[in-house]
Design a protein around this ligand. Structure first.
Ligand SMILES: [Zn+2]
Length: 276
């Protein structure tokens, strides 16, 4: 089946010695495009470097909630200066993480706001990470409130993005009604190996309700190995496990789903060259 990986951190330390080989192995396994999202300034440079070296890799730049407190004004200015680069197709990953809470909540909220403003200014969709502690949903609820506050789904964003999703809930985690609200705001939803973990059962329902044109799949490499992949290091080629699970959940042939995923990736991240 045709495949894409909408979120694989090939610039991460886990790939320091073999990122290029891992990328090429994924390409040979059928992964036609990989988006390597940044999370801070060094990873922004790392992702762009990969995109320069491989024409099937795209980059994104932004600040992850874990790094929200440590990326100061100067580092943010440097990230924002990289964002217009044509290899950069999205802003993020950003968002809220109240599970591990490596940055204080106030810093996470301020960081999310600067990332959303940059996404709107450049017309590049925001890649959104959102995790609450087990059994909680406060991060998801606050993310929706912040998206509304930023005007996502409203006239300013519609004028810039049109029918194209202005953001992506990456590595979906959360309740069903949160997904429904995000879809109402126009967002796309990307599924990862997290879907197979205990406590993430709502994701099996969400996997069926995302409209065809808002569906993406990812590995979040080197994290979130799906069943069958090595636990110590996930790689983009393992995206096939989650893609086949999605096809099964949605009751469609894997090949048809693959065509759809490639078209969605192009329309969402590469609108000038998109096939759809
Ligand atoms: Zn990530």
């Amino acid at each position: 089946m045709r495949l894409i990986d909408s979120h694989g951190h090939l610039q991460a330390a886990a790939f320091a010695v073999d990122a290029d080989e891992v990328a090429v192995a994924a390409r040979l396994a059928g992964v036609e495009r990989i988006l390597a999202p940044g999370w801070d300034l060094p990873s922004a440079h790392g992702g762009i470097g990969l995109a320069v070296r491989h024409d099937f890799i795209d980059a994104s730049v932004g600040v992850h909630p874990h790094a929200a407190a440590e990326v100061d004004g100067d580092a943010w200015a440097a990230i924002a200066a990289l964002a217009p680069d044509p290899h950069v197709v999205a802003i993020g990953e950003t968002g809220l993480d109240y599970d591990r809470a490596f940055s204080p909540r106030a810093a996470q909220l301020a960081n999310l706001r600067r990332n959303l403003a940059l996404a709107l200014a450049l017309g590049k969709p925001a890649i959104l990470h959102c995790r609450s502690q087990a059994g909680e949903r406060d991060a998801q609820d606050e993310l929706i409130a912040e998206l509304r506050l930023a005007g996502v789904g409203g006239p300013d964003w519609l004028a810039v993005f049109g029918a194209r999703p202005p953001g992506i809930l990456h590595s979906f985690s959360g309740p069903v009604d949160y997904a429904e609200t995000a879809l109402e705001l126009g967002l796309a939803i990307s599924f990862s190996g997290l879907a197979f973990r205990a406590g993430e059962e709502a994701t099996t329902i969400v996997a069926r309700l995302v409209p065809d044109d808002r569906l993406l799949v990812e590995t979040d490499s080197p994290y979130l190995s799906p069943p069958g992949a090595p636990r110590r290091r996930n790689e983009p080629l393992w995206v096939e496990v989650t893609a086949r699970w999605l096809a099964e959940r949605r009751g469609v042939p894997a090949d048809a789903l693959g065509e759809m995923l490639v078209a969605n990736y192009d329309r969402i991240f590469r609108p000038a060259t998109g096939s759809a």
